[in-house]
Write a protein that binds this ligand. Structure first.
Ligand SMILES: CC(C)(COP(=O)(O)OP(=O)(O)OC[C@H]1O[C@@H](n2cnc3c(N)ncnc32)[C@H](O)[C@@H]1OP(=O)(O)O)[C@@H](O)C(=O)NCCC(=O)NCCS
Length: 247
């Protein structure tokens, strides 16, 4: 285990994840005023914890890469809710959270979107009901041709690729997901008649184990990248703002 150090060389794309354990608390001073207000507005403790953990992770990692204290990092938000670094337009990042896991993707020199979903996010029946709202007709046909026991997994894998692409584009589900089709790896989505020519490159996979939980993930970038690898972290003393790199 080694602590993250300021000035670490920035890879083209970095993927980081932090498992949020019960009792995770972040000292308020680590967050900006708007972040503190937003955190206070969550009704659900779990949702609040995930939001705070996301900001904790990105302030630490981005701060260490940029050589500034986590609380000194300026994070702004677009009208559609996408966070960005106003003082570093060459660095893009994106956050995703589900259950007790927070993921952060950083791209140096291009846009990025990430999505993670827990493998048991919905039952087979629920997946069957949601599919037509998310998948294009062609994708729906492909999923329906699979054996029933494989359909939910295929849908989930497609879901995370789409959501990562929509987050990379910056509008999230303001774009109808049925109009965006994303093939498994390193390909360009068809986005209906929106943004003709906008290329998105997608990498995806599975994370975790049966004990800690299995997660489907996808990362979408505006430029091609090599297969990214994950770095796992633990908030060993979130009150003092210390983050440890496990791998
Ligand atoms: C982006 C979106 C698909 C994320 O859905 P989600 O179920 O919250 O999924 P995730 O956990 O994967 O992602 C959440 C993170 O995505 C990021 N995000 C929010 N809006 C985003 C956007 N428009 N584009 C890219 N990323 C976005 C944020 O970092 C957010 O985490 P944070 O609020 O803790 O910082 C969904 O929020 C959406 O479609 N938003 C845009 C449309 C909208 O209605 N916005 C209203 C709020 S202004």
């Amino acid at each position: 285990m080694s602590a993250l150090e300021a000035g670490d060389v920035m890879a083209q794309v970095e993927l980081h994840c932090l498992r949020v354990r019960n009792g995770f608390r972040v000292v308020d001073l680590l967050l900006s005023e708007p972040e503190r207000h937003r955190a206070a507005a969550f009704r659900s403790i779990e949702a609040r914890r995930l939001f705070v953990a996301g900001r904790f992770l990105c302030r630490h990692i981005l701060g260490s890469r940029l050589g500034c204290a986590p609380q000194a990092l300026s994070i702004a938000t677009t009208p559609s809710g996408r966070p960005y670094l106003p003082d570093h337009p060459d660095i893009d990042f994106n956050i995703s959270h589900t259950r007790d896991l927070v993921a952060l993707a950083i791209n140096h020199g291009g846009r990025i979107g990430i999505d993670i979903e827990r493998h048991d996010a919905f039952s087979e029946t629920e997946a069957f009901e949601i599919m037509p709202m998310i998948l294009s007709e062609h994708e729906l046909d492909q999923v329906r041709q699979l054996e029933p026991r494989h359909r939910r997994d295929a849908f989930l894998a497609c879901w995370v690729r789409k959501e990562a692409a929509l987050k990379c584009l910056g509008l999230g589900f303001r774009i109808d997901p049925q109009t965006v089709t994303v093939a498994p790896n390193g390909t360009t989505p068809s986005t209906g008649d929106r943004e003709p020519g906008a290329s998105i490159f997608v990498h995806s996979g599975r994370l975790g184990d049966t004990e800690a939980g299995v997660f489907e993930w996808a990362v979408a970038t505006s430029k091609p990248i090599s297969q990214p690898t994950w770095r796992h972290h633990e908030a060993c003393d979130s009150l003092r703002g210390i983050l440890w790199n496990l791998e």
